[in-house]
Design a protein around this ligand. Structure first.
Ligand code: 5GP
Ligand code: ZN
Length: 112
């Protein structure tokens, strides 16, 4: 997608601090961290959000969550962490490219 910030990061047109990469997934540090560890795990393929996930991407979605859990191990988040995806305006989604936030490194504040 031409105007998608995350597609630009995937193509290397915008810089990012990558922490993981494979054929279909990349993960990088959030530019405005909300916790000591705040990583975004995204598919290289553009998908708008969890609301538009095609059924054939069920496997990819599972692999995104598994990648997030592996990255949590890499960052020694043995006390626990949170994996979150926001959807749409009311859900607080500001970048319309599917991403999972991996948050941890402290006792996270309660939220919904
Ligand atoms: P959302 O609000 O859509 O759930 O999450 C988007 C996230 O992307 C936000 O936490 C925001 O800080 C992060 N973000 C936005 N632009 C950039 C960028 O150019 N680079 C990085 N690394 N993170 C970004
Ligand atoms: Zn995109």
């Amino acid at each position: 997608m031409d105007n998608c910030i995350f597609c630009k990061i995937i193509k290397g047109e915008l810089p990012s601090e990558k922490v993981y990469q494979d054929e279909e997934i990349i993960a990088f540090v959030d530019i405005k961290p909300q916790a000591p560890v705040h990583i975004l795990v995204i598919p290289k393929k553009h998908i708008d959000g969890a609301d538009t996930l095609p059924a054939e991407d069920a496997g990819l979605t599972g692999r995104l969550v598994i990648a997030a859990a592996r990255i949590a191990e890499q960052f020694h988040l043995s006390g626990g962490y949170r994996i979150v995806t926001n959807i749409g305006k009311d859900g607080g989604q500001t970048v319309r490219h599917l991403h999972f936030h991996l948050l941890g490194g402290e006792k996270l504040k309660d939220s919904y």
